[in-house]
Design a protein around this ligand. Structure first.
Ligand SMILES: [Zn+2]
Length: 221
């Protein structure tokens, strides 16, 4: 993929997440890896109006390859996640309202709804550390082990995906699940799906070939 296309795709994803209310002002960041480079939103950019020139291309070790603007202060988090896995090609970090609220209170987001299994199960909340620090990057990488998303205590959310679209969808799904938890908790004590119930969902999804289909596109439930 040409770096110009990559920069536009990252800019487009940032605009969409801002439109959906997950990226507010200059907070949050988006990146996508292609071969040995990463296109990442620059520091201080208003993401609702993100343009290709607001996206900087860096090497896997963080040297700027293309672009005029300084990459996001969370660059080490993005690069660390790419170093951890061969399957993640995109990373989305948000200060989304419901996700951030949950991350200010809970130690983990339990599985109330089977769609959460697309994220790998219970969503862990990484302990708090100052933004942009290597400590925070390490804590988030640990929280993401075996998961497609994690929360960051008193900070926000991180999602990854095999494609940029998948990482965006995972961020949107986590925000929906965080809002669901809040609404359910306002009504009473939410029921958490048991391990056996979760296992049955995975088996049912596999037998129906849902493994790669996003649940928002399912029509028969
Ligand atoms: Zn942040």
């Amino acid at each position: 993929m040409s770096s110009l296309v990559l920069r536009e795709e990252v800019a487009s994803a940032a605009r969409r997440l801002a439109h959906e209310g997950l990226l507010v002002g200059t907070s949050g960041n988006v990146s996508c890896r292609s071969a040995d480079v990463v296109a990442v939103t620059a520091s201080g950019v208003t993401l609702a109006g993100c343009r290709p020139e607001d996206v900087t291309v860096v090497s896997l070790t963080g040297e700027v390859v293309e672009g005029e603007l300084r990459p996001t202060s969370e660059l080490s988090l993005h690069l660390g996640l790419y170093a951890d896995t061969d399957t993640a090609t995109a990373v989305v970090h948000t200060h989304a309202p419901w996700s951030t609220a949950i991350a200010c209170v809970l130690e983990e987001l339990p599985v109330l709804h089977y769609q959460q299994l697309l994220l790998g199960g219970t969503v862990r909340v990484a302990p708090y550390a100052t933004f942009g620090t290597p400590e925070l990057a390490i804590l988030v990488r640990e929280a993401l082990t075996g998961r497609q998303a994690a929360l960051m205590a008193n900070h926000g959310s991180v999602s990854i995906g095999a494609t940029l679209e998948a990482a965006v969808e995972n961020a949107l799904l986590l925000e929906w699940l965080a809002a669901l938890h809040h609404r359910a908790s306002a009504l009473g004590t939410p029921r958490v799906l048991t391990a056996a119930e979760q296992e049955d969902v995975v088996l049912a999804a596999l037998s129906r070939g849902y493994g790669t289909v996003h649940p928002h596109k399912e029509t028969d439930e």
